[in-house]
Design a protein around this ligand. Structure first.
Ligand code: 1GP
Length: 248
């Protein structure tokens, strides 16, 4: 089954998914064994691989190392059009629809399109919506865009609706890696009620309780990066919290 089909099937069944974000620059190859072992044991649904900035040419090595050790789908989460690799299974083709930077709305996509067209990667278009997480994040600085204020739920809802109407297959509500304030349950609730497509939520989620709150509010996929980098043993607890939400 394709990655997108499995996301749709899970959404229809009311099942929630857990994605671990791996920044190839920050994960040490010697730590991948433990990470993958814990992820496979906890039945983690996806790995997202990428970062706003990759400076060590580490993407291919990282993907290869994970691929050799497990069958959890690997999805590129690119911070730029150079972060492409055939070693992944799919790619979130992110359009930063909360911003007004034409390069990140369509420019980088034009550059990546011929590569993606001939690649075996499953391309999944994604309306990427940056929400103010209370700190200046790398993604906000690098994208040269202003996040949507955390309390402006109506703007987030209209942005997500526009993304869906433009044909995007996913919405990603992003507070930014290491956000002090994750996206609020209220915003997740309203956005998830407004759109039919699967909703991904990430940024600053560092406890099983917060992950649970997010899926209960309507997130279909919860993404955790930083907290797992600091303590990989959180994987099991967060996975259990997310998967504990029973199908409705
Ligand atoms: C960032 O949403 C992801 O793109 C994950 O954020 O690293 O804060 O978990 P954290």
């Amino acid at each position: 089954m394709s990655i997108y089909s499995s996301l749709l099937t899970a959404k229809k069944a009311g099942e929630k998914s857990f994605a671990i974000l791996i920044d190839p620059d920050r994960v040490k190859l010697e730590d991948i064994d433990l990470l993958v072992e814990l992820a496979a044991k906890a039945q983690v649904d996806y790995f997202l691989v990428g970062g706003s900035l990759i400076v060590n040419n580490s993407l291919d090595h990282c993907l290869h190392a994970i691929k050799q050790r497990c069958s959890i789908p690997l999805i590129l989460f690119p911070g730029d059009s150079y972060q492409l690799s055939y070693r992944a299974d799919g790619i979130l083709l992110l359009s930063l629809i909360s911003g007004r930077n034409a390069e990140l709305l369509i420019g980088k996509h034009v550059i990546a399109a011929p590569y993606l067209k001939t690649s075996p990667l499953e391309v999944i278009s994604c309306g990427y919506i940056l929400i103010d997480g209370g700190v200046s994040t790398t993604v906000s600085y690098m994208s040269n865009t202003t996040p949507i204020p955390a309390t402006k739920t109506d703007i987030a809802v209209c942005t997500a609706l526009a993304g869906e109407m433009l044909g995007m297959k996913l919405v990603y509500l992003e507070a930014g890696s290491g956000a002090r304030n994750p996206v609020s349950a209220e915003m997740i609730d309203e956005v998830s009620n407004a759109v039919q497509i699967p909703l991904i939520v990430g940024g600053g989620i560092d406890t099983p309780e917060r992950a649970l709150m997010n899926v209960q509010a309507g997130a279909d996929v919860v993404v955790v990066g930083n907290a797992i980098e600091k303590d990989p043993h959180l994987i099991e607890e967060i996975a259990d919290a997310i998967h504990s939400v029973s199908p409705v």
